[in-house]
Every structure is written in structure tokens, then in C-alpha cells.
Design a protein around this ligand. Sequence first.
Ligand code: EPU
Length: 424
Amino acid sequence: MKKYVIQGGKPLTGEVSISGAKNAVVAILTAAVLAESPCVIENIPAISDVKYIAKILESLGALVEEVEPSVLRIDPTNVHSMVVAPEHASRLRASYYFLGALLAKFGKAQVPLPGGCDFGVRPIDLHLKGFESLGASYRLERGVVHLSSEELSGDHIYFDKVTVGATINVMLAAVKAKGLTVIENAAKEPHIVDLANFLNSMGANIMGAGTDIIKIKGVDHLYGTEYSIIPDQIEAGTFMAMAAATHGDVLVKNVIPKHMEPISSKLRRMGVEVTEYDDSIRVRYCGVLKATDVTTRPHPGFPTDMQPQIAAVLCLADGISIVREGVWDSRFKYIDELRRMGADVSVNERVAVIKGIDHFVGAPVRAVDLRAGAAVVIAALAAEGVSEIENVRYIERGYERIVQKLRNLGADIECVTVEEEALV
Ligand code: EPU
């Protein structure tokens, strides 16, 4: 088992380059099965979720080749299977994108219910409703979703909740459906736009991605393409939060500043200096952090995937901050870990009340999920003393070479391998 050992208290300074977006790459690699010739995809982050998607692609018959670091060539011409194995699907949430993609390719798909971070109930009813509207039928058998259709045809689909996953799955299913599909109340996250751009570069006809109405005119063929994944908004936001919490000064490079606006504006309100350049953002601590309220919302609101990281910074702000989680039922499990390090936070369902403290104190803690793991790394970097963080496999699902990137910024962090203790 690996753990991170962090001696806190070192301000982060210097430059960090942001990798390709996790939530875009998992959708785009899956979409590559739809092509009739190979795709070359650049700016692929070296994270474990990419490895799991690549494994699923290979198990279906695709050839996946790393042509150079961060560039994958996917040849889907021999994809023959529409069955995803449970041991692959359970590794990550995004495995359910094979439902939409294989349904579009073969008119049927068998994909087990997905794994992923545990934020309470994570239903897929809206994905299934979307597939049904396109003419597919489904049944759930022993944890596996079986989809089939004679012929998919476009329809008007209204989501009564904004959902990233169902918007992506319906886009994947609809690109080759007959006629026009209209998705209303669609998610608008940057990775939705990135997937639409990728599919359009394969020959799809998708309009309106990034607004709440997406129109998809079905096409008969999709072809291989060359494409580069957008930078990861949440990785960038995490380094911005780290700079603020450690009283640092960091130039976060390879970002799209527009995507960062909800995060930049919160940090500014906390008294942090945030300066935008064409494709980078400088974040500089300049004196006492101020308490601020945060409510998470679908894009362009403050992203739920930054909620734990901003809460860790707010623990160090002067005054009382209120953090409201507007997307997930249960995304405050990590607060217990921050409390071990001295945080003063009370949680009531989807609301956390944070009373600022002077500093965190290093402690043994664990990552309870991916972004929760990033929050405890932030606390540990800012803390007095040494912290040991367990369960770092969660963190490595979504952050490429995080230890190296932090060391380059002056952090005292080591990744050590420890023997698992035998249970007695
Ligand atoms: N929802 C339903 N029914 C559905 C689908 C969703 O009720 O059929 C509800 C959910 O329970 C939730 C809300 O709708 O309350 C939003 O869920 P959404 O479908 O948008 O989430 P997701 O697609 O499962 C993606 C990201 C998450 C991120 C959310 C929200 C990927 C692989 N995952 O999840 O990212 O939190 O959107 O932005 O894209 C992360 O990267 O750490 C992460 C968890």
C-alpha cells in the first residue's frame, strides 16, 4: 500500500503545468469506439482512470497504443464485443459511457452498473430514460444493464435534473441515431463541449454544447481523427487552492482561464491575488484569508469537484464560512479527516459551517475519495508537523504525478510503500 508523507508548512512557489481533463478524457476515449478508423488523442493524463478505460477498450477488441508520452492511438476497427466485464466496470464511474457508445455502434450493450466515488445515492435513471426515448429498451439483470434497440431514432429529451453523465451518454447514443435529438436542460461543463468537439471532428453533427439545449443530427459514419484534450479545470483549481493555503505564489500553466472563473472569483473574495494570462493563472497569497460562503452548482456555478479543496482552504480563513453542497447528497465525509488535523467544522446534511483556525496540525489521515484526498493533501501541505495520508490510490485516479508536481513547487512530500498490516 502506498501513502504520502508530508512535512507541512512550506509555501508552494514556482510553476506547475496542468494535465488533460480527467472527466473529458474518460468520455472521449470511450467515444473512440464509434470511429471506423484509428484516432490519435493528445494531452492524455497519466491517471489510473485512463488505464481502466484503456483496459475496457482492449477487452472489446480495440488496439490501444501509447505512441509517445500523453498521446494514445486507438484503433477500434476490430471492436467486436458489446459486453463490458464487471471487474472493469466496477473500477470507475465512467465505465457507463460504454452504454451509450456501444448502443450507438451495435444497437445493443451489456454494461455492469459502474463504480466510482461514494457520495450517497448515484442513480442512472436519467441515462436509461434518455436511451428509452431514442428507442432502446433495457433490463437490469444481476447488476448488469442490458440495452437493445431495433433502430435508434432522435427525440426530444428533457432532463429534470442537470446531469453530466446522462448528457454525455445520450450524446454518445444519439450521434448515429436517425434524425434529430434535442437534449433540454443539458449539462454545460467544459468536458461536455470537449466531447462534442471531438465527436464533430469525427464527422458528427452536434450543435449547442455548452448551452442548455444540445441538438444532435444523426450521421451514418464516424471516422478517426486527431484531437487534444482540454486542460483539467479541477486539477488547476486544486493547485490554486494549494497556493492559497500554503501562503504561496504559483503560476498555474496550461489552463483555460474562462473555465476557472468560478474558482478564481471565490479565491479573490478570500483576499487571494489571482491574475489571469492567456493560458495561465498566477495565484499569490497576500495576507489573512477571509471567510466566504460557497454553494456548489452545475457549470458555470462553483464545481462540486472543488468543494472539499476550497473547504480545506476556508478552514484557514478568518471568520465563519458556510459551504453548501448543491449536487451530491453526501460529500462531506472527508470533514472527519480535516477534524483530526484541527479543523473546526460542523456538518448538517448538505451544509458545513467552518470556523476558521490559525493552522492545521499534521496527523495520520486518509483519502476517502478522489477530491476528498486532494483536500487532505492541501491541509497537510499547510499544516504544522508531519501528516501521513493513506488510500492515495483514490488521489491517483485523477491527479497526474501529483507528488512530483508538488515537489517541483517546493513541497516536502514523499510517496512511501508500506506493508499492509495483518488483521488479528
Ligand atoms: N442524477 C440523477 N439521475 C441520473 C444521473 C444523475 O438523479 O440518472 C443526479 C445525481 O444523483 C446528482 C446529480 O444528478 O445528484 C448530478 O449527477 P451527474 O450525473 O452530473 O454526475 P456524474 O456524471 O455521475 C460527473 C463527474 C463527477 C462530478 C459530477 C458533477 C465524471 C466521470 N464524473 O459525475 O466527478 O462530481 O459529474 O459535476 O465526469 C470527480 O471528478 O471527482 C467526480 C466525482
